[in-house]
Design a protein around this ligand. Structure first.
Ligand code: SF4
Length: 320
């Protein structure tokens, strides 16, 4: 593994048994994340993006594949086998701070809990540290003495970010962390995330369906569909020259704000139908039931990874 890689995921699989059958939520996913970057994992609901993040967090054990962190930790091992320093080093910020923050605790207690668990600071200095963490995320010291219900949506999410920062992690999974917020709160939280990333040299895995957020904060993008990754590119290239028909479909469906954006929006490919069930995913390319360019081979064989240039990979028979 190269020295600049913080996380290496190879051929990761996670299946769930349900009453309808086996859901192949993540079905052979491989990627790297570099130190200090924000990698966006994008897809519709049911694509497997959140399951991928939760396997990395250790909420589920993978059924197959490897996850290597910092060249020395095997994250494919069960959560209980992870050492405390590893649990400290990887944090997550969930979508809904309303449910992820304990409503009966004051903000100072919510943020100080991970400080106590991970013993990252002397007990006597704990509330100074809480105030410092609040300041990092742009909230004043007075917020220490508020309950979550006294906060707005953006403020709650900033408290959740401060809590994630408390154990001094290197890597944070942002699991749809701004999706439930209004536009102005979203901008505030995103700006804060960018600021603290630079100051604290953090690495982010951004899990989202929101391409506007991707454009604002990520350096690379991966598109996931029914458990597999179909395109991977640097963010600028992703928006300027999307190659996979599914990526083009997603981009053509987002509202644009400027004439410039309208010019680069893919034309002639519209959203067709819904994502099929992950219990019985289509054979071959899983997107073929919705793809206007599908050829006979698409329903028979899985497309290979096509390397368009050093940073741009697409999985589609059109480019073979
Ligand atoms: Fe469409 Fe075939 Fe490409 Fe899949 S492999 S996206 S079905 S053209």
């Amino acid at each position: 593994m190269q020295d600049d890689i913080i996380l290496n995921v190879s051929d990761l699989k996670k299946y769930f048994n349900t009453a309808e059958g086996v859901v192949r939520a993540v079905d052979g996913v491989s990627f790297n994340i570099r130190y200090g970057e924000t990698l966006a994992l994008v897809g519709e609901s049911g694509s497997g993006k959140t399951t991928t993040g939760h396997v990395i967090m250790g909420f589920y054990s993978p059924d197959d594949g490897k996850i290597i962190y910092k060249n020395r930790y095997d994250l494919s091992a069960p959560m209980k086998k992870r050492p405390l320093e590893l649990k400290r080093d990887i944090q997550i910020v969930f979508q809904d701070p309303g449910t992820s923050l304990n409503p009966k605790r004051l903000v100072k207690d919510i943020i100080s809990l991970p400080l106590l668990i991970h013993k990252t600071i002397d007990k006597r200095r704990i509330y100074d540290k809480v105030a410092e963490l609040l300041e990092y995320v742009g909230l004043s010291e007075e917020f220490m003495f508020k309950y979550p219900h006294e906060l707005g949506g953006g403020e709650k999410q900033l408290v959740a970010v401060a809590r994630a920062l408390a154990p001094q992690p290197s890597f944070i999974i942002l699991d749809e962390s701004t999706s439930a917020l209004d536009v102005s709160s979203q901008a505030k939280v995103l700006n804060t995330l960018v600021k603290i990333q630079k100051e604290l040299q953090l690495t982010y895995l951004l899990i989202t369906h929101d391409l506007g957020v991707v454009r604002n904060i990520s350096q690379r993008v991966m598109i996931m569909y029914l458990g597999k990754i179909y395109e991977e590119a640097p963010t600028e290239k992703f928006f300027k020259s999307p190659m996979h028909p599914y990526t083009q479909m997603l981009l053509s469906s987002i509202p644009t704000l400027s004439e410039e954006d309208e010019k680069i929006k893919p034309k002639g490919i519209e959203s067709i139908g819904e994502i099929p069930s992950a219990v019985k995913p289509p054979n071959g390319c899983r997107f073929h039931t919705r793809c206007p360019f599908a050829k006979p081979v698409c329903s028979q064989r899985d497309p290979p990874d096509i390397v368009l240039d050093s940073n741009h990979i697409v999985r589609c028979w059109l480019y073979e």
